[in-house]
Ligand binder design. Structure first.
Ligand code: NAG
Ligand code: NAG
Ligand code: NAG
Ligand code: NAG
Ligand code: NAG
Ligand code: NAG
Length: 459
């Protein structure tokens, strides 16, 4: 029966209405659901918002320089930024301006809303963080520029947010095992907000994550660049947590960890025209660490180019978690020299200690890979390493073509159910079809020898 699925979509259609029973019909429904999963497109008014560098259009300009910011990259401009924020936030139609051509040194700061209507934050200059971890405000160990409780605010401009992260990276336990494992600040955070637009900004050299979208809804991110060295630890590009209805479009990300990571409590996330490299790819997860619940639904990545990344499109979960990842479509992706182009890793373990296999896991289902091509560095171009007790199900591959220089390329499956149609290279025959009866709930009998464990870390 498995062969039938690989023949063609047409075959599947015919089969769905003819020969076989419910199972094929189910598969057809899943395809339809995955195809229909279209998420909100961008609103166009955003592109029309002008660059506010002078007083016009009834806008009230609030320039940080008017609050005695020095903009020399050396003097402490934190106080000027706080005062400018207070003024801009409490004034209707205001534009908080960080003027071009200057560098503003700003400490960890919480910029809190709610604000008066239609605030624009126009960043054309550079905002730079103090570079010494020892002097960081101990009350804000994980934050640098933190914006919260905002509604209808636009962040825009050609400016740069620079975390000056090099000393933080050197102090990371990922860099030197004798360092304690401690979190570091996120350069830019948008938290507990709604209807937020971010356009044109560059975020670079963050202490840890570059840009976090947390507990927010209706967020549009366009033309944002993220740049960190490929060996900077845990510097995720854009990290989405507990957020819904987020669109990331035309973003160019090069960093030392995931270009984009989507974690617990997130749904309806669309990524369109994404460039990633260097980095660890586009990831859902990690989820389920320390037996936690992780839920991510409705994610679409449409049109991406990944170059020399350690993963392509990845779903990663820890053993022992619960919850689910459901309804994901990765499509129109081009890969060049990517190490794990297509990967589901339910044995994720980013910990100095070994992780034990457990019986519970975050369930992964309804995952579609369509029109994915390019070159792989690793032999296992397609890898579905799923939990023995909570198999991955309804994985669909269509028009996947991954090549390797020496020609040897293969798919690996553990406890993964699904099917392919159209071209699927390497062939995904290792996916089981669920008409074969139940998926073995315990494969311990033919487990790999001890020492050959599937353990995957970011190290
Ligand atoms: C910014 O941080 C430095 C170093 O910790 C500190 O000396 C300075 O007072 C801080 N500035 C403000 C305005 O809090
Ligand atoms: C790691 O840190 C220790 C203690 O700070 C230091 O002695 C050692 O030189 C560092 N190693 C590297 C490779 O930087
Ligand atoms: C994940 O989100 C769910 C509900 O959205 C919550 O119950 C759970 O505690 C969250 N898990 C973590 C690790 O925060
Ligand atoms: C997770 O659950 C397993 C099985 O109940 C238990 O052995 C383990 O200690 C738990 N881990 C944590 C971090 O709570
Ligand atoms: C397949 O994806 C590539 C890379 O994004 C894109 O250029 C191409 O147009 C896509 N093909 C189809 C048929 O959509
Ligand atoms: C966990 O399970 C996987 C899949 O059955 C197996 O390959 C791996 O060796 C196991 N790991 C440990 C630590 O037992």
């Amino acid at each position: 029966m498995a062969k039938l699925f690989l023949v063609s979509f047409l075959g599947l259609l015919i089969a769905a209405y003819g020969v076989a029973g419910n199972m094929l019909y189910d598969n057809f429904n899943i395809l339809e659901e995955l195809e229909d999963m279209d998420l909100a497109e961008e609103e166009t008014d955003f592109f029309e918002s002008p660059s506010w560098t002078s007083q016009h259009g009834g806008k009230v300009l609030v320039n940080v320089d008017s609050f005695d910011a020095a903009g020399d990259g050396v003097s402490d401009d934190t106080e000027a930024f706080r005062k400018a924020w207070d003024t801009a936030c409490s004034t209707k139609k205001s534009v908080l301006l960080v003027p071009p051509g200057r560098r503003y040194l700003v400490n960890a700061t919480k910029f809190k809303g709610p604000c008066a209507d239609k605030l624009v934050v126009q960043i054309d200059g550079t905002i730079v963080a103090p570079d010494e971890p020892k002097n960081w405000d101990p009350n804000l160990p994980r934050l640098w520029l933190d914006f919260s409780k905002l509604q209808g605010v636009s962040f825009q401009g050609n400016g740069v947010i620079d975390g000056s992260g090099s000393k933080w990276w050197a102090a990371s336990c990922k860099k030197n095992k004798s360092n304690p494992c401690r979190g570091a600040p996120t350069a830019l955070t948008i938290d507990s907000s709604s209807s937020i637009k971010v356009k044109g900004l560059t975020i670079q050299n963050s202490q840890q994550m570059n840009f976090v979208i947390s507990k927010s809804e209706s967020v549009r991110v366009y033309d944002v660049k993220v740049s960190c060295p490929g060996d900077s630890p845990n510097t995720d590009g854009i990290h989405i947590t507990k957020s819904t209805n987020v669109v990331l479009q035309d973003c160019k990300i090069g960093t030392g960890d995931d270009c984009i990571s989507i974690v617990n409590g997130s749904s309806t996330i669309k990524m369109k025209r994404i460039y990633c490299g260097p980095g660890h790819g586009v990831s859902i997860g990690s989820l389920g660490e320390d037996n936690s619940t992780g839920i991510v639904t409705k994610v679409v990545l449409d049109t991406a180019f990944l170059k020399e990344t350690t993963n392509g499109v990845r779903i990663k979960t820890w053993q022992g978690g619960s919850g689910y990842v459901r309804g994901v479509r990765f499509e129109n992706v081009r890969m060049e020299d990517v190490s794990n182009p297509i990967i589901i890793d339910q044995f994720y373990c980013d910990s100095p200690k070994d992780c034990q296999n457990q019986t519970s896991a975050v369930e992964i289902s309804q995952i579609m890979y369509r029109n994915i091509s390019g070159t792989t560095k690793s032999k296992e171009a397609i890898k579905f390493a799923c939990s023995d007790t909570v198999p991955c199900n309804n994985i669909v591959l269509s028009n996947v073509n991954l090549e390797r220089k020496d020609g040897t390329v293969e798919a690996y499956c553990n406890s993964a159910q699904g099917f392919g149609y159209g071209i699927v290279h390497p062939s995904a025959d290792c996916l089981s079809s669920h008409d074969k009866g139940t998926i073995p709930t315990n494969q311990k009998d033919n487990a790999e020898p001890a020492g050959d464990h599937i353990i995957h870390t970011e190290l």
